[in-house]
Ligand binder design. Structure first.
Ligand SMILES: *Cc1c(COP(=O)(O)O)cnc(C)c1O
Length: 352
């Protein structure tokens, strides 16, 4: 069969998933696992969101609207009068953007270490991924990044960054935008946890795309919904390249309700602020300061794989960062979970 498959998919590689909690529980004969590997929100979605999703499912025999006007209106109520695209998770949005702009051979700059899907999506279109490594303290080397962007089609920058947790000041992003000619995709998956607002940059630059997701602060990882602020002039092309009906009716309805639940986001962000401080103070190993709902822990002399495996043996599932290219192999990424999960993690990490 391999001869039928595009070369880009015949090698090793691809998205690295966290091992499923069910599998780990089964392997270790455990129950009550602490699920701290995927930066999910430990709080379930608010009741209004569940209700909206359930009622939409009752009309699941119908296709969604071709243009989801009600949802776009909800996004505008929430954020202001911007242009938006929506997708099946932010992953779907990234795929839509890359499909729209990347031709075979185009350079795609990625600030590393970071989320792997930018590179995977770019390579799927025949793009050439150009890594722009961060500094040792995980800040962005603006000059090197701008230099790498010369002749590129699009660049990806994640803030707060996954897996390092740090956010870039608005000024730094502005400096980058002033220096580059290509599009910039600013991934703001964790922006609600950071207290930094990059939206105003949308008014100043017509080369900026800001990606958002409902998977983290809004507790809807399982629903799969993401969106992006996009330059108005790019919108028709993005719409032309989009997969038809990529977002289902349940997600459209539930997300509309979720956008009105600011209290849920505030509570979630407040918990993250408290717990990242406790992690920073309470973990007897180097922890990178975080603006997100997770922290990066240096577990040297163990490898990330070794630490993750030993914690899994205790029922605590964290992410080994081995698969993040551009990062040394002695880190784990730990999400902020429920109070109980966080307490158990703190106890177990300090026992390793
Ligand atoms: C979780 C995450 C996303 C993807 O979110 P989905 O909307 O669930 O696809 C995008 N970017 C980063 C950096 C993430 O961590």
């Amino acid at each position: 069969m391999k001869r039928f498959v595009r070369q880009v998919y015949t090698g090793e590689g691809g998205y690295v998933f966290a091992r499923s909690p069910e599998e780990i529980a089964r392997l270790n004969g455990l129950s009550g696992l602490c699920r701290l590997a995927s930066n999910e929100n430990p709080l379930p979605p608010p009741a209004s969101v569940v209700e909206a999703g359930l009622s939409a499912l009752r009309e699941g025999n119908r296709y969604p609207e071709a243009r989801p006007d009600a949802l776009i209106a909800a996004l505008r109520r929430c954020h202001g009068d911007y242009s938006f695209i929506i997708g099946n998770g932010m992953d779907g949005v990234i795929e839509n953007v890359v499909r729209t702009v990347v031709d075979p051979g185009d350079r795609v700059v990625v600030s590393t270490p970071t989320f792997s899907f930018y590179g995977l999506a770019a390579e799927a279109q025949g793009g050439v991924v150009v890594p722009a490594p961060r500094e040792a303290d995980f800040s962005v080397d603006v000059r090197a990044f701008v230099e790498a962007c010369r002749g590129a089609k699009i660049a990806f920058l994640c803030s707060p960054n996954n897996p390092t947790g740090n956010a870039l000041p608005v000024e730094t992003v502005r400096e980058i935008l002033d220096g580059i000619d290509c599009l910039l995709f600013l991934d703001n998956a964790y922006v609600e946890f950071s207290g930094i607002d990059y939206r105003l940059l949308m008014d100043e630059y017509d080369t900026l795309i800001e990606g958002r997701t409902m998977s983290k602060a809004y507790s809807l990882a399982g629903l799969r919904f993401g969106y992006a602020f996009v330059p108005e002039a790019l919108l028709p092309y993005l719409n032309r390249a989009a997969t038809p009906f990529a977002v289902n009716v349940v997600a459209l309805a539930a997300v509309g309700a979720a956008l009105a639940e600011q209290g849920h986001v505030d509570l979630t962000a407040a918990r993250a602020r408290v717990w990242r401080e406790r992690f920073l103070a309470g973990i007897s190993r180097p922890v990178a300061p975080s603006d997100a709902n997770f922290v990066l822990v240096d577990v040297a002399p163990m490898t990330g794989d070794e630490a993750a495996a030993r914690l899994a043996g205790k029922g605590v599932i964290v992410r080994s960062c081995r698969s993040f290219s551009g990062l040394a192999d002695h880190y784990i990424r730990v999400s902020i979970g429920s109070d109980r999960e966080n307490e158990v993690f703190l106890e177990e990490i300090n026992r390793l």
